[in-house]
Design a protein around this ligand. Structure first.
Ligand code: TYM
Length: 339
């Protein structure tokens, strides 16, 4: 079967609407047709200063949310990145194929290092995309299998995916055909969900204010308030217009993606109606989507042991694939075998 691999950082107490529409919904859908590997990337989460207890808790909350959203651990390997040490091993090898200038051009690094300042900009933050490339390429399909490796992500990860493809190609060229070039699976309609208060910038756990984010796990009354208070634009028309009406455009995009209808249909449905009714309906749609996920997450978190068993099983399955890939890589690169 073709494969799918993706990762998410456990850097907040809850995933947000951008994560859900940009990536996680696709994770759930793709497990039906692909052999799936889904990873909570705790190694990436320490590239900025963090609290150890919070990281441990958030990693479990992250895994619970994935399961609550419908990722099925019988089909998909759900695991924690640090449980599979091959991720860091392959990252080293790929780092030795990455140009310093090439890594310096990563826009997410440039943004984050500007935001955190020189003293908080670590080498780990700089090499972050190389570790991500390793996350992906370890799960390269074997020859003869469906030669497809899909990576469902939001628009902000596109450049990292391109680096991953470049590194795969470079490795293949130097050491012989080893990696299948992965393809980004980016949804057309929801690749970039924006901040409710600042609708021209991405909704982001690190950059948005709490009012700008819809959290998957937040209480219904809070969620409703955030939608009702979302910034809208001048005029009262419910019309998709990225340039002049970024606020209502973002809400239309969210609504359309959640309900699975074209934006044009919503524009027709709300013709002549004000923002109030539209927002009320959207808030209800969000609650219908996230309430069962929140309740299932809470339930799963009541039994850490069971959750840890699922993660251990995921790591064993992912680890078997990673070990096989790494064995080939070591041999190709010229490391002496262990005998
Ligand atoms: P992360 O943890 O920041 O986000 C997880 C996923 O959510 C998507 N996303 C969005 N999509 C649409 N609109 C938004 N406002 C929005 N905000 C976030 C992200 O694109 C991502 O798909 N580097 C990755 C994690 C990672 C990874 C990997 C992903 C590590 N290794 C291997 C894929 C494959 C990241 O920081 O995602």
């Amino acid at each position: 079967a073709p494969r799918v691999l993706s990762g998410i950082q456990p850097t907040a107490d809850s995933f947000h609407l951008g994560n859900y529409l940009g990536a996680l919904r696709q994770w759930v859908a793709l497990q039906d047709t692909h052999e799936a590997f889904y990873c909570v990337v705790d190694l990436h989460a320490i590239t900025v200063e963090h609290d150890p207890a919070a990281l441990r808790r958030r990693s479990r909350v992250a895994a619970a949310q994935l399961l609550a959203m419908g990722v099925d651990p019988d089909r998909a390997a759900v695991f924690v990145q640090s449980h599979v040490p091959e991720h860091t091993e392959l990252a080293w090898v790929l780092g030795c194929l990455t140009g310093f200038g090439e890594a310096s051009r990563m826009t997410q690094f440039k943004d984050k290092s500007a935001k955190y300042g020189a003293s908080a900009t670590t080498v780990g933050l700089f090499t972050y995309p190389i570790l991500m490339a390793a996350d992906i390429l370890l799960y390269t399909p074997e020859p003869g299998e469906g030669q497809v490796l899909q990576v469902p992500v939001g628009e902000d990860q596109r450049q990292h995916l391109e680096l991953t493809r470049d590194l795969a190609q470079r490795f293949n060229h130097r050491f012989g055909e080893t990696f299948v070039l992965p393809t980004a699976y980016i949804p057309e309609d929801a690749a970039k969900i924006t901040d409710l208060q600042e609708p021209t910038v991405k909704m982001s756990k690190s950059a948005s204010s709490p009012q700008g984010i819809v959290e998957v796990l937040e209480q219904p009354s809070t969620m409703r308030k955030k939608i009702m208070r979302a910034v809208t634009d001048t005029g009262s028309e419910i019309r998709y217009d990225e340039e002049n009406k970024p606020g209502i455009t973002n809400l239309l995009r969210i609504y359309a993606a959640l309900e699975g209808v074209p934006v044009a249909e919503l524009e027709r449905r709300y013709e002549g109606q004000g923002y109030g009714q539209f927002k009320k309906d959207l808030a209800q749609l969000l609650l219908d989507t996230f309430t069962p996920i929140r309740e299932r997450t809470e339930k799963l978190l009541e039994d850490d042991k069971q959750l840890d068993r699922i993660l251990a099983d995921g790591a064993a399955r992912a680890g078997a694939v990673a070990a096989r890939t790494m064995e080939i890589v070591r041999e190709r690169v010229g490391f002496v075998g262990r005998g």
